[in-house]
Design a binder for this molecule. Structure first.
Ligand code: MSP
Length: 638
């Protein structure tokens, strides 16, 4: 390989081992892996880090429910995660677990550095406390005045806690966003963060004393360090910071942190502020990717609607899954997963386009050339066109990869795959083979197809290593390493022994696969009970008076961004009801809607305005939906 082009440090988020990972989690790791492999192939000294974020109340509670220690619980889930990455050939250089000694002691050292800088102080945390969830919430996080997690009432409470002077870094953070447009992408996320910081940053509470599954605060063992401070530090503790800085000196700052859109704020506000506090360089880029959604909304283990990557890999192989994830979705945007879209990608792009090209080429070289790749002996316009596209593809892939446009990089490769298939149809080797005088043209045709596949095998190798190797084996290229520069050159092959192998991507019967996948999921879903609030008596339920109401007008609450103020007519009565739904509906779209109201709920004041009753919405954990009816308003609902 040529001399190193420099270092390239790329990270994924560290995953919560609260349960097994689903396809949404594999999405980010597959992208990071493809990028790491690509950069290695291009000659960079790559460091690729992933891991698991193992502390926090949620994990402690799950372990308690299962009757095991938190450590036992995470050990088992993490073993499964590592197994998944092994199966998927994820080429990470290090896997950090936040429960490892190396991480724990370094997070404590980081805490002390920030403390000694004067950026951490002890104060009193005041907030709304949900006793069953043991969680503090701010006013603005509450939903209809209740706990956003469990929906139960909250009380005002105070506790002693440590704070990080996040507010001190507000101006420097704004400068960072405004003067470094490259720092956070896509652009839309950057604008969101600018307005978030402009609203004013409060100091951040960075310790908890209501549970103990965490890293102890070094100066006060009653407290554990807030899980995000613990987690974000992984990007440097894994490099040995601060006590064994060899890797840190070599690889920090990170070139790219890849993160899901909901954790962009932690990575672009809290993390840079922590680094500023320690006088350390900031990561060069944070990229926020979108989510894979299901048709019904977000994937969630508790709803039983997750797509299990292991099942898909068992049926279709790792490369089909990787190709699909990288080709189908656009970085930065949400995308909907359906079995059908995935199966079509596998059939059209992999079985029809690539699989066919490989098997047609291999069998023709066996049939017309005794199984050996011939030299090119002639050249016409069609040959030249194929060569031009084949040798031009690598730089196009490079351009797309610079933009993290994995889908477009693969599309560039498929331009070549489709051109090569068309080349066969245009050259009609079966006709050339019948005419002894055209042997030279036939040889050229076979040579050019083998060359095209050689180039394809190099280009796809960062994305689909297994398939690249299979193609190279069939084309007799087993002896040569994959070298990126070779994708720019034609006419390297002569005399390789071709051996047709198994179909690399057999064609699928989509209807049949769909039925089987649905049967698999259906079976799984039936067996996962919903996570419900504690059971209630019929008498409790009977106390609620549900009524049909018509929303006559709606407007934003003048003092709270999340609230909408509705005037609702219920038969003869008109009243005002306030709901925390402004992030889900515009006032305009609510007017005229018939809704179900809890009509006998005790009235309360929400930010100065009275609310009499509560409107019912359906909640999939992500987006609220209207629960509507066409019954007359005032009707009771039973
Ligand atoms: N532990 C934190 C991250 C700490 S990083 C210092 C965390 N863990 S997580 O397991 O909940 O999520 C990890 C990543 O998976 C996030 O980037 C999140 O966006 C991503 N995804 C979770 N579900 C996803 C989809 N359905 N689709 C795409 N990505 C998804 O947050």
């Amino acid at each position: 390989m040529s001399e190193s082009k420099g270092k390239f440090y790329i990270t994924t988020p560290i995953y919560y081992p609260s349960s097994n990972l689903h396809i949404g989690h594999t999405y980010c790791t597959v992208m990071a892996d493809a990028m790491a492999r690509f950069k290695r192939l291009c000659g960079y000294d790559v460091r690729f880090l992933t891991g698991t974020d193992e502390h926090g109340q949620k994990i402690q509670t799950i372990a308690q429910e299962k009757g095991v220690t938190p450590q036992e619980y995470v050990d088992e889930v993490v073993a499964g995660i590592k197994e998944l990455w092994k199966t998927m050939e994820i080429s990470y250089d290090d896997f950090i677990r936040t429960t490892e000694e190396r991480h724990v002691k370094r997070v404590q050292a980081i805490f002390m550095k920030m403390y000694e800088k004067g950026d951490i102080y002890k104060g009193e945390y005041e907030g709304m406390y949900c006793t069953p969830c043991e969680s503090f919430w701010t006013e603005s996080q509450l939903v209809d005045g209740c706990c956003p997690d469990c929906g139960r009432p909250v009380q005002k409470a105070k506790e002693e806690a440590y704070f990080f002077r996040l507010s001190k870094y507000q101006d420097r953070l704004l400068d960072l966003f405004e003067n470094n447009p490259e720092f956070l992408q896509p652009e839309s996320r950057r604008n969101e963060m600018i307005s978030f910081v402009k609203q004013g940053l409060e100091d951040l509470c960075i310790s908890r004393s209501t549970f103990d599954w965490g890293i102890p605060v070094p100066i006060d063992e009653k407290h554990v360090i807030y899980v995000w401070l613990d987690a974000l530090s992984n990007y440097i503790t894994a490099l040995g910071y601060p006590d064994e800085p060899e890797l840190y000196d070599k690889y920090w700052p990170a070139d790219f942190h890849l993160v899901g859109k909901e954790i962009v704020r932690f990575h672009t506000v809290i993390w840079p502020a922590m680094l500023m506090s320690m006088d350390l360089p900031l990561p060069k880029h944070v990229l926020g990717h979108g989510w894979l959604l299901l048709e019904g909304g977000k994937m969630s283990k508790s709803k039983g609607n997750v797509v299990d990557p292991v099942k898909l890999i068992e049926r279709y192989g790792i490369d089909a899954l990787k190709y699909f994830l990288l080709r189908e979705y656009t970085f930065g945007q949400d995308g909907v997963y359906t079995n059908e879209v995935m199966l079509k990608r596998i059939n059209f792009d992999l079985a029809n386009d690539l699989g066919n090209l490989v098997s047609r080429t291999a069998s023709m070289i066996e049939k017309y050339c005794g199984g050996y790749v011939p030299e090119a002996a002639t050249e016409d316009d069609t040959d030249r066109d194929l060569k031009r596209i084949a040798t031009g593809a690598a730089s196009k892939v490079e351009d797309q990869m610079d933009k993290f446009a994995f889908n477009m990089a693969l599309e560039e490769i498929w331009v070549l795959v489709r051109r090569a298939n068309k080349y066969i149809d245009e050259e009609m080797p079966w006709v050339l083979a019948k005419d002894e005088s055209r042997k030279a043209e036939l040889d050229t045709c076979m040579h050019n197809l083998a060359e095209s596949l050689r180039i394809v095998s190099i280009l796809i190798s960062p994305f689909m290593n297994e398939t690249a190797q299979k193609i190279r084996k069939q084309m007799g290229l087993w002896y040569a390493d994959i070298v990126w520069e070779d994708a720019f050159t034609f006419d390297m092959m002569n005399g390789e022994q071709v051996k047709k192998g198994e179909n690399i991507f057999p064609r699928l019967d989509i209807e049949k696969e769909l039925e089987e996948l649905e049967a698999m999921n259906g079976h799984k879903e039936e067996n996962i009970p919903l996570e419900l609030k504690p059971e209630i008596e019929f008498d409790d339920f009977d106390k609620i008076d549900f009524r049909v109401g018509t929303i006559e007008s709606a407007e934003k609450h003048p003092k709270a961004d999340k609230l909408l103020v509705f005037q609702v007519k219920m038969g003869t009565e008109k009243r005002q009801i306030i709901s925390g739904v402004a992030e889900h509906f515009t006032p305009e779209e609510m007017v005229g809607k018939k809704v179900i109201v809890v009509a006998n709920l005790k009235p309360r004041k929400l930010r100065g305005l009275e609310s009499k009753g509560m409107i019912i919405f359906a909640d999939n954990g992500e987006k609220l939906a209207l629960v509507s009816t066409d019954a007359e308003d005032g009707n009771s609902v039973s």
